[in-house]
Design a protein around this ligand. Structure first.
Ligand SMILES: [Zn+2]
Ligand SMILES: [Zn+2]
Length: 352
């Protein structure tokens, strides 16, 4: 890290243009402002959405792009107005680094749904119009209001993926009251799905995994699932008809929604945290019969992210990870696309 007039230059891995492999480079970090903390990044998770964005699957990206919104590290400097953090604190940063802080959603702690749009941790412009760079980097400067504390009981490497995969599944499970006496189905056992299983189980729900095949059944049961079914087997949909209070779908492939809605009990909800790039079709009778809800959910607010980390620490929940050096990021991307990871790649930032 080199400093010049307040702005620092730090090492990072970036995609220089859409679809180009990531390579080592440097990016600027802003001076530590009054309410900012400077974080020495220790670990950064690789989220499927990093690949979408680096490869422009979600529309025009901002390049060079430093992905990474599952960040765990240690505070090394604090601005003069910072009150919640001190040098040496273990902290995390997730999918957003700012919001308007004034709208009805920000006031309610739902910064992820800020009416002016939250500022993404990367592939976004901050409120001064400067591009944001994510966690595949050695350091980041973030406002303390968008920084969360990683409890001592959680190791930083397995905590990193909680900042996206953990909160994205915790938020709908908490909102729709997963808990004792509730039957919850998790669709897909990947990065998000494996955390959904762990968290729903820790909340006390009866958990069923619905996966394409039974290939990961042993893992699913070890992670806390009570039951495991293959969706490629048509009899699954007959057998499990009207079974669940809540279905959390973590897959981004288009699903036959009418079939899945048939698995809900009356008043049940199916919540999508993964989304296909194309619009989907639905027969509305699938929700009319049984007063069912088809919903979506995106990450979680800052307060809720802290609550999730505290919950995970209390229950000893971290992500299942494969730790890699930064020079293997491109290879890891290919393996994520091939669903060949159990269950999250995490970059050791000391190798960046
Ligand atoms: Zn993510
Ligand atoms: Zn707002």
């Amino acid at each position: 890290m080199t400093a010049t007039t307040g702005t620092t230059t730090v090492s990072a891995y970036a995609a220089p243009s859409a679809k180009a492999p990531l390579e080592r480079t440097t990016v600027p970090r802003r001076p530590v402002g009054a309410s900012d903390v400077l974080i020495d990044i220790k670990y950064a998770g690789i989220c499927h959405s990093d690949i979408h964005q680096a490869r422009d699957g979600w529309g025009e990206g901002i390049f060079p792009m430093v992905p990474g919104h599952e960040i765990a590290g240690v505070v090394t400097e604090v601005g003069p107005a910072v009150t919640r953090f001190a040098v040496g604190d273990r902290v995390g940063v997730g999918c957003m680094v700012d919001s308007c802080r004034e709208c009805v959603n920000c006031e309610a702690g739902l910064e992820q749904y800020c009416l002016e749009g939250n500022v993404g941790t990367y592939n976004a412009l901050d409120r001064n119009g400067e591009p944001t760079y994510g966690g595949y980097s050695t350091h980041i400067v973030v406002d303390e209001a968008f920084t969360v504390r990683i409890p001592d009981g959680l190791a930083l490497d397995v905590a990193a993926p909680l900042l996206c995969a953990g909160i994205t599944t915790y938020s709908p499970l908490a909102h729709w009251n997963a808990g004792p006496g509730k039957k919850v189905a998790v669709v897909g056992l990947g990065g998000l799905g494996h955390m959904a299983v762990k968290i729903a189980h820790a909340m006390g729900a009866e958990v069923t995994v619905l996966s394409q095949s039974l290939r990961k059944k042993d893992d699913g049961l070890k992670l806390g699932a009570d039951h495991y079914y293959a969706t490629s087997d048509e009899s699954t949909f007959e057998q499990l008809r009207a079974s669940f209070d809540l279905i959390v779908s973590t897959v981004s492939a288009p699903l036959p929604l009418d079939k899945y809605l048939g698995l809900l009990r009356t008043d049940g909800a199916m919540v999508n945290v993964g989304a296909p790039e194309e619009p989907v079709s639905l027969n509305l009778f699938s929700v009319i019969a049984g007063r069912k809800t088809l919903a979506g959910s995106g990450i979680g607010g800052i307060q809720e992210t802290q609550e999730m980390l505290d919950f995970c620490a209390e229950h000893g929940l971290g992500a299942e990870i494969e730790l890699i050096d930064a020079d293997r990021i491109n290879e890891a991307y290919e393996r994520v696309l091939a669903s060949d990871v159990r269950y999250r790649f995490v970059i050791d930032a000391s190798t960046i």
